[in-house]
Design a protein around this ligand. Structure first.
Ligand code: SAH
Length: 364
């Protein structure tokens, strides 16, 4: 073993190495026999079984429930710039954890080399950093230059992405396959896109036919402004469509009272539950939202409903749809189900990594 692979040890309780051996990448604090108290948050550790065998290497944070996140199971693999160079070829990371923060210099250099990007912007402004004991930062250029507007092509659709100000990293790439699938239901239809953000689903729908009419609803004025701009960018006349800055729940309530009916309704809300304790409240919100969505959907219409809450499973989402349908005396046929698009691969040893669930249903 080379000197670069000497790291402090964290010992597991008996048999707690089994999930790691099958590919899971987290160790919860309860699985540790003895927390490695001499390590700074985010420091690298070798994980050993109760019998003293090397199991994996990762970084430790005493502040979070996930005490150790695994980086490698190879005893000879040091966590240095070459580690990131190898990993960059298959994936790109974000810094949400203290461990990744400490590895920042390696990550930046390897990213720039492997992707040959002209610039790298660190969007370390996610609130989830606080749980790790990290500061929520302003966006900062780590290398090269980064413009405030970048044009990207998704399938054959153009979008302007603002890497500095846009939500998350500026664009929700994980919906790419559902956006493409929506096209087959949207031709010459009245489409309602709830939580539209910058109009991802709206544009795909509007491009299917001059006769399609799309209503985009989002609470963020700047997102709605960008959605309108995206219509123009894709040569669609925005004046043929509706753009509304509103709370979706209020909008749907009013639309129902006004007797409005759509042929297609898209519901892609933000995560209602980020933690296990918020689950019950979140389930209620998903039930209410789906029932409201169905009430403005004509019989035989198409509902695309999504959940990006990690703690809400596919069964929960389907349950929310089924309960809403039962209350409204509608019947639902499940047509297609999805997770996230291929650039967010799911580790099958970690069901937690399947955060996005999306289903297309026909509601009779
Ligand atoms: N469907 C989008 C992504 C949606 S992200 C896409 O394909 O790109 C969630 C969006 O919901 C955000 O734009 C946020 O501004 C909006 N939002 C959050 N709460 C809302 C509410 N109560 N009513 C309306 N919009 C809301």
């Amino acid at each position: 073993m080379s000197s670069s692979t000497h790291y402090p040890t964290a010992s597991l309780k008996p048999r707690r190495e089994e999930s790691l051996q099958s590919g899971h990448l987290w160790i919860f604090s309860g699985a540790l026999q003895q927390p490695p108290y001499w390590i700074e948050p985010g420091g690298l550790v070798n994980v050993k079984s109760a019998t003293g065998q090397f199991v994996a290497r990762g970084y430790y944070n005493p502040r979070t429930d996930i005490a150790i996140r695994i980086l490698t199971r190879d005893i000879d693999e040091a966590i240095d710039i070459d580690f990131f160079r190898r990993r960059m070829r298959s994936a790109v990371a974000q810094m949400h954890t203290a461990g990744m923060e400490r590895l920042r210099p390696f990550l930046i250099e390897a990213l720039m080399e492997e992707t040959r990007a002209r610039g790298l912007l660190l969007r370390n402004d996610s609130q989830s950093r606080r749980r790790e004991g990290l500061e929520v930062e302003e966006p900062v250029v780590a290398a090269g230059g980064v413009p405030t507007r970048v044009t990207v092509r998704e399938n054959d659709v153009l979008f302007l992405v603002d890497p500095w100000q846009g939500q998350k990293t500026g664009f929700f790439l994980d919906q790419r396959d559902k956006r493409a699938a929506l096209r087959k239901y949207a031709h010459a239809k009245r489409v309602l896109n709830c939580f539209s953000y910058t109009g991802g689903f709206s544009i795909y729908a509007a491009l299917t036919s001059d006769k399609t009419r799309v209503t985009s609803v989002d609470i963020s004025a700047s997102a709605i402004e960008d959605a309108r701009e995206h219509f123009v960018l894709n040569s669609i006349d925005p004046n043929q469509h509706q753009f509304l800055i509103a709370d979706v729940f209020d909008f749907l309530e009013q639309a129902r009272q006004g007797g409005e009916q759509f042929d297609v309704v898209v519901l892609d809300p933000p995560a209602f539950a980020k933690t296990q304790s918020a689950r019950t409240q979140a389930l209620k919100a998903y039930r209410r939202l789906n029932a409201l969505g169905m009430q403005v959907l004509r019989p035989g219409g198409i509902l695309l409903t999504c959940s990006c809450s990690g703690v809400i499973g596919m069964d929960d989402l389907l349950g929310a749809v089924a309960q809403g349908a039962q209350r409204l005396q509608r019947t639902v046929q499940l047509l297609e189900s999805y997770t996230h698009s291929v650039d967010h691969p799911i580790n099958i040893a970690m069901p937690e990594t399947a955060y996005l669930k999306a289903v297309f249903c026909r509601v009779n």
